[in-house]
Ligand binder design. Sequence first.
Ligand SMILES: *Cc1c(COP(=O)(O)O)cnc(C)c1O
Length: 371
Amino acid sequence: MSKKLRPETIVVSAGRPEVSPDGDINPAISMNSTFHAGGPIGYGRSGNSTWSALEEAISALEGGQTVSFSSGIAATNAVFSLLPRGSVITASKHSYTGTMSLLAGLAESGRAEVRYVDISDTKEVIAALPGTNLLWIESPTNPGMEVADIPTLIKAAKAAGAGVGVDNTFATPLLQKPLELGADISLHSVTKYLAGHSDLIMGSISSNDPALITRLIESRRLSGAIPGPFEAWLALRGIRTLAVRFERAQANAMELAKRLSDHPAIERVRYPGLPTDPHHEMAKSFMKGFGAIVCVEVKGGPDAADKACASSELVTYATSLGGVETLWERRHRWSSEAPTIPYNLVRISVGIESVEDIWADIDQALRKSQA
Ligand SMILES: *Cc1c(COP(=O)(O)O)cnc(C)c1O
């Protein structure tokens, strides 16, 4: 087969066992802590054939080679832990809260200097690059929904001698491929869109740099941040439908963003797919779509926003994102959320249900929030 398969085909066909008569069409769940002596793996903390199948599929989507981890945060921590003491990390001031807590910890312990930037302000990021060891890009940002000029930032960072990592969780490789744009790392919380069913926690790192991959495998082995074989199997099963799930979720998100823009209980909608969004032109210039996260600021402040979330009947009131079900939450119910994120901001992870049913529920909940 040609190597030029499209992503919709790759998600279905990658990571399959070799064809043999009566052979498995799906990878086996390899439940083993140890293996017969004489091979390159030897022990279950060093490798597992079910991880390999999943890693092969993610590599086919992102490019490069992939190392899977027990969680997205374990993957992020593995990247940061490779930096020598005294390194400078330039990162988005709006990022996943766990990432921000890791960065704050590195700064507080004196292990690293962290420069926080508005990742959508290209000039500001470039000005912070001299002396930077690692530029950490999350785009679109969680939950600010700012979009970074990833192609320009990667070029500038490389010219300044900095490594670049992109947290590609929100966009997925269906919308942008950081390694093709020159990034050293593309990271996923596999928990979210790749696995897609809110039933497991996993992470991954893809890279074109074999030496970096070797160091990450070693870090996984020695930190013990290894995924369970069953989780890896489920994640690969989830990837089979990634393209259709994402297509539907994204279409639903666009429709909801438009309707929410006219809703009397909404002050502001943040979704780069809206032509009026400040990040629309940037997103359009290099992304293949706008994703399925919509953030709204609810009239009446945090209390009204909480009331809306608690009033939904179909839409799940919970944290996390990227599953088949629509769910929402007010982000500042977490004390670790960035202070510059508005207190009335609700993040909606749009699922694949009928958009009319989602809309009817969100509309009634928002109306209750204003009563
Ligand atoms: C959830 C999330 C993470 C952390 O992943 P876990 O799988 O929960 O450990 C990292 N980055 C982003 C953007 C996320 O949404």
